[in-house]
Ligand binder design. Structure first.
Ligand code: F0G
Length: 457
């Protein structure tokens, strides 16, 4: 008999979690104004709010913490990280930042100005935020297949390079760079193929444009290339990563994802002049060039995290766990974005709760119901997040209403995945009894999803 698959690590340190009663959860979620961001983590049994900064560091990373050098300038930790970025990603120059959006803030301060257009594949909220904040526009050129949740496509995160080419042919004068998000978080943690990266590079170059990677989940992307793209099956993840970044001019990184640290980010590039321009803003917003928003110990842990995060065995364990959850959900008929993503399962709330009017926020209602059912905290990627049209102040209702279940790295076991699958299976079974959603009591004028207050409709 073939031996079954098992995790490529064992557990050295644990943290107790509390399995609450439904009565407790009814009270807590009401007190939280039906907004899961307002829950205390102690009120959550399985926390799938995000995979960002929530991973478990390894013994090697914790040892590196003890060797951190906290010198203001020229710390050895900075050079450790510089070396890791050069050898794993390939860029000569980098600047540390406190997290991914800070990297965007610094780089975009140099590159983006009012009236610009930045095309790419489903920009992440903060990326879009930093573009729009500067009076510029994010143009989504993701392939159409991404919006059909039932359709299988091996690289659903791809840029539609025909759309991109058309946009550039009409607007090149107002485009500072093209951005590709790896993996495509908004489309469901879906990867971008190497062929697409190569072609995107070719199209961008044709118009003399820089190509920037938003790299938060670049290693998971490399895993999918190895598993799904012809010609890469015998390459190591590290070889694939180097080839991926050979097509980019610069990158922003949220180290809280694939580099498996709790806080940190960076910008990297080959052009020394771009580095110099970024450094001015980095010193102002983040910190001096050799620490920029990170402590020495954290840069040390990050250097090790980049190495571990690009190991095949780790990635296989990681992505197979997400896939395991997807397969269990399939058993119960629960519809989600297929194939399952690298970091998360995106449950299709339009199909799970079809009897709730869309004005009563289906995905948010599903998030609340899942919390009540089993103490599991997911996050709404639907109409509340989509917010209002800034001009008309009308609610925007996106075609897709997702409940994202983001899986933290090296944190939960497949028994936890079983609980999640059964809980959602139970909800799916009694979906026609859930006919009432929520309505808004109070909301902030921007980024409302974090602080919105709701009541039962
Ligand atoms: N880019 C992508 C693709 C992201 O998913 C995120 C964060 C960022 C940039 C910003 O990085 O949080 O370090 O400032 N995503 C988290 C999430 C918050 O839950 O998906 P950050």
């Amino acid at each position: 008999m073939e031996l079954p698959f098992a995790e490529s690590y064992k557990i050295k340190m644990v943290e107790p979690i509390y399995r609450s009663t439904r009565e407790e959860r009814e009270r807590w979620i009401k007190d939280a104004k039906y907004n899961l961001f307002n829950l205390k983590s102690s009120q959550v049994f399985i926390d799938l709010l995000t995979d960002s900064g929530t991973g478990a560091m390894s013994d090697r990373q914790w040892s590196a913490i003890m060797l951190g050098d906290e010198s203001y300038a020229g710390a050895s930790s900075y050079y450790n990280l510089k070396q890791a970025i050069k050898s794993i990603i390939g860029f000569d120059h980098f600047l540390p930042t406190h997290q991914g959006r800070a990297a965007e803030n610094v780089l975009f301060s140099v590159l983006v100005k009012e009236g610009d257009f930045v095309p790419g594949n489903s920009h992440f909220d903060t990326t879009k935020g930093h573009i729009e904040f500067r009076g510029a526009h994010a143009i989504d050129c993701t392939i159409d297949e991404a919006s059909n949740t039932e359709l299988y496509h091996p690289f659903k995160g791809n840029v539609d390079t025909v759309k991109l080419n058309k946009f550039l042919s009409e607007n090149a004068g107002k485009v500072p760079f093209v951005i590709v998000t790896l993996t495509n978080n908004t489309a469901g943690g879906q990867p971008v193929s190497m062929a697409c990266l190569k072609e995107t590079r070719r199209v961008a170059k044709k118009y003399g444009k820089m190509l920037v990677f938003d790299s938060a989940r670049f290693a998971e992307n490399a895993y999918f290339i190895k598993i799904r793209e012809k010609g890469y099956e015998n390459k190591s993840i590290k070889e694939i990563v180097l080839e991926m970044f050979s097509y980019a001019d610069a990158m922003t990184m949220s180290s809280k994802k694939d580099a498996i640290v709790n806080m940190g980010g960076f910008i990297a590039m080959n052009d020394a002049e771009l580095w110099r321009q970024c450094s001015k803003f980095n010193i102002m917003f983040e910190g001096y060039n050799t620490y920029g928003g990170m402590s020495g110990r954290d840069m040390n842990a990050l250097a090790v995290g980049l190495d571990e995060g690009t190991e095949f065995n780790y990635l296989e364990t990681r992505i197979k766990q997400v896939e395991y959850l997807g397969n269990r959900l399939k058993e119960f008929g629960v519809p989600f974005q297929t194939p399952s993503g690298g970091h998360a399962i995106f449950v299709d709330a339009n199909k799970v709760l079809p009897d709730i009017p869309k004005e009563q926020f289906r995905a948010q209602t599903l998030a609340i119901e899942l919390y009540l059912e089993a103490g599991i905290r997911g996050v709404e990627i639907g109409a509340i997040l989509a917010d209002r049209n800034p001009l008309t102040r009308e609610n925007r209702y996106p075609d897709l209403e997702f409940l994202r279940l983001a899986i933290p790295r090296r944190v939960y076991t497949n028994s936890h995945m079983d609980v999640i699958a059964v809980a959602l299976g139970n909800l799916f079974e009694r979906r026609h009894q859930i006919t009432k959603g929520v309505r808004i009591l109070w909301e902030a004028p921007i980024m409302r999803h974090f602080t919105v207050e709701l009541e039962r409709a």
